[in-house]
Ligand binder design. Structure first.
Ligand code: GZL
Length: 325
């Protein structure tokens, strides 16, 4: 905002000086374009995925010549709301953020809109009914990720008629990935009554959370066949609990997770995980392109879905050397 006002004033002064001295046509003596200032509110640093996402955004802003004001909310919505209000006060050109939970954003997003500061959602969505509160949402299709995990499980047990007991480590309560990954997974396995989710609780996307909840699951249930963890980090924490209980992960309890960060891929290659659904954190370059377009007032797609795949144990062994994160 400040950048635009300065540019208009300077441009006016330049035109005035040119006309006064009859400057020649080709003179491009316009004001030097200043950098775009982007205010970004990040969820926190709760997982390997988040760390890779932050690195991607910071590196891409530098490469794009965008001045990045970055705030880490330590997984607290009130910190993100404070950060967005601070970006408004600082009159940044564009605001982007990854909403830690889906609800409770309308008021602060309206404040940004009333101050003519465009907002881009990255990674996670909000449940605001008023889609004019943000310009676009770039991130994965989490329902599809949950479906892919369910489809692997159905295939894995296609020849079995026994009941399959599933423990589920959910992501952060109220977050889009936790809601949608559960929805996609249960939609697919719900078609066959042999699949039973016998335990389901949030581990808040952290290793510590995954370990703590899995320890409780193992105390309460002696018949867990499969663990579905909404991210690698909770699966890695659960690994410790499973091994601590004298069980062999990947065999006594099969494990399917989402993300495909390096430590998760190593566990998969080592046979401790059985399947990973990729969720790419490398949103930085696409985000910066969207920031430039939005700042220039150009039309952008309402939704930008990131491309991602899935990995078996063999595919993880082959892919590990090339992985960026
Ligand atoms: C997904 C992202 C999730 C990751 C977790 O896009 O929001 O949050 O799956 C991270 O690892 O904590």
């Amino acid at each position: 905002m400040l950048r635009r006002a300065t540019a208009v004033l300077l441009a006016g002064l330049v035109v005035a000086s040119l006309s006064a001295c009859g400057g020649d046509e080709g003179d491009s003596g316009g004001a030097k374009d200043e950098k775009i200032t982007l205010g970004f509110s990040q969820v926190g640093a709760e997982s390997g995925w988040r760390t890779a996402n932050t690195t991607s955004i910071q590196d891409a802003a530098k490469a794009a010549g965008i001045d990045l004001k970055f705030s880490d909310a330590q997984q607290k919505q009130e910190n993100q709301i404070k950060a967005i209000r601070s970006f408004i006060q600082q009159r940044v050109d564009v605001i982007a953020f990854s909403p830690v939970v889906e609800s409770g954003w309308d008021t602060v997003l309206k404040e940004a809109k009333d101050n003519n500061i465009p907002v881009i959602l990255t990674d996670r969505a909000v449940d605001s009914k008023d889609t004019s509160l943000y310009k676009t949402f770039i991130g994965s299709d989490f329902v599809l990720e949950g479906k892919k995990a369910g489809e692997w499980l159905v295939e894995e047990y296609k020849d079995s008629t026994d009941q399959v007991n599933i423990a589920e480590l959910q992501g952060t309560t109220g977050s889009a990935p936790a809601i949608d990954r559960k929805q996609g997974f249960t939609e697919v396995i719900g078609a066959d009554p042999k699949f039973k989710i016998i335990a389901s609780q949030t581990g808040d996307f952290t290793r510590a959370g995954g370990k703590e909840v899995m320890e409780a699951f193992l105390k309460a249930h002696k018949d867990i066949d499969v663990l579905y963890a909404h991210n690698d980090d909770m699966g890695l924490g659960a690994l410790e609990a499973i091994e601590g209980a004298g069980l062999t992960p990947g065999k006594d309890i099969k494990i399917v997770t989402v993300d495909a960060v390096r430590d998760g891929m190593k566990a998969l290659a080592d046979g401790k995980f059985n399947y990973i659904v990729e969720c790419s954190p490398l949103l930085g370059p696409q985000l910066m392109e969207l920031v430039k377009k939005v700042d220039a007032g150009e039309t952008v797609p309402e939704r930008v879905v990131t491309e991602e795949t899935t990995f078996t144990q063999e595919q993880a062994k082959a892919a590990l050397p090339e992985r960026q994160y």
